[in-house]
Write a protein that binds this ligand. Sequence first.
Ligand SMILES: Cc1cc2nc3c(=O)[nH]c(=O)nc-3n(C[C@H](O)[C@H](O)[C@H](O)COP(=O)(O)OP(=O)(O)OC[C@H]3O[C@@H](n4cnc5c(N)ncnc54)[C@H](O)[C@@H]3O)c2cc1C
Length: 529
Amino acid sequence: MIQSYKKSPKLATSYDAILIGSGIGCLCTGALLSKTGKKVLLLERHYTAGGFTHVFKRKGFEWDVGIHYIGEVQRPNSVLRKLFDYVSDKQLHWDDMGDVYDRIILGEKHYDFVKGVDNFKSQMIKYFPDEKLAINKYVDLIFSTNKAASKFYMDKALPKFISTFLGSYMRKKYLKFSDRTTYDVLSELTNNQTLIKVLCGQYGDYGLPPKQSSFAMHASVAKHYMQGGSVPAKGSSQILKTIEKVIEKSGGTILVRADVDKIIVDNNKAKGVRMTDGNHFYADTIISGTGVFNTFENLLPSDVIYRHKLNEKLKKVNPSVGYGCLYIGLNGSPQDLKLPKTNFWIYPEDLDHDSCVERFLDDNNAEFPLVYISFPASKFSDWSERYPGKSTIDIITMIPYEAFAKWDGTKWKKRGEDYEIKKEEFAQRLLKHLYKQLPQLKGSVEYYEFSTPLTAEHFSNYKQGSLYGIDHNPNRFQQKFLKPKTPVKGLYLTGQDIVTAGVGAALFSGLITAGAITGINFIKRIFNE
Ligand SMILES: Cc1cc2nc3c(=O)[nH]c(=O)nc-3n(C[C@H](O)[C@H](O)[C@H](O)COP(=O)(O)OP(=O)(O)OC[C@H]3O[C@@H](n4cnc5c(N)ncnc54)[C@H](O)[C@@H]3O)c2cc1C
């Protein structure tokens, strides 16, 4: 059972490993270490565990925060599915989203991303009949890029002396793709700017438009969903509920409201953590899943930061843009309200993605560069048993931190009336988009709440409420320090920053971190189960 640290439960002071944070990266690392018999302690500062996989409830409604769909879990033999099965003792099941996972909406036109590689290709060719060659080449390139990814990521878990010899060979092929922007690569395949805009219609899944994002990131997301999307059956909270049991089976503990202040380092060896209340916990292995900025800027003592020039390393990456989310509760079942399962990605029609972002960052009153609408109520097969006569919708858009920087330093729920007014303006703009797509929803909205980058920063601790940790630009993939092992002995990283954003990628980070700590080939284990 997950306990609140503040309620002072009886706790041991020493563990085999301490994990800071309880996002999917830490949950996976914790479960894999638990399966080798290690006693782990997960410390989560939020009042609830799971990081971005957590759900929250208000006024009888439930919303997901960082899960709207996950790819590659439909195939029972995919690495991702096998890994989820392994860390959850096969207790995690999936609800399929159906044939159309994403709909890209440009003005009055829409383009559906259809499940299955051949279906995807033929649907795109139907929209762009003159671009058959480019579309086929594009899909081939997506797959060849991802094929090169496995060696690149495998290198991250290798001991230093092996990586010194083999590393550059293992990374080389993937870097050829990751060094280029998405737009660079796509514009070599076609001149059709609408096709490029449509193919990049999921860029919100990694936060950067095509002229800034690394093609490797684009390819990873495009392939991830090409076999369709799924959500955890019975709600996203099942991720935590099932993995938690595996951790507890080996005597592990997850604590919430447990804010880590510093990692204790003695003679360049991580020894434990100091909590914000001054209490200490000890372990020979400390794993941070809180992101590189939190770990290297805040959690390590300053002499360690400067000795290893970690501050210099951080200059080579930057936090991704902030976001806002409108959480909506409606009267009526998903069937009554005719809610789709498909995610909507709505873009301005007049400019390319990069120009739309630029325009909005210059002036937040300009058209939103993207509006993403997800319909969780219709995706979960048991939703109406859990929430009869109710539905929920999430609408996400890009919001720079600067838009709300004025209220930096104020307290959650007590930021003042002008803050509420500004939130309401954004909420109304987003509702307009919803009603344009689904006019039948007018009059059914019972509750809504808009979260800002300040909300995200408050709950997730990411610098300036960044959406996806660090930016997925070409430069990111060149950074060798984004790996489990750190220059401090016994201190490891896990989570989205060492692989990429996405629940699947962060889960995978847990696999490479546990591999780097133990030297065990977990891939072999999960396929032999
Ligand atoms: C709005 C949104 C929508 C998304 N939608 C999808 C989607 O549909 N599909 C998908 O695959 N991915 C999606 N993602 C991305 C995905 O959710 C994340 O990439 C992934 O969950 C990150 O996992 P993580 O392991 O890196 O840790 P996180 O989930 O980021 O967790 C880190 C944890 O560390 C804790 N922490 C920080 N500092 C401390 C401290 N000092 N002491 C203790 N604890 C601390 C934080 O409170 C947090 O709980 C979305 C993300 C967002 C923000």
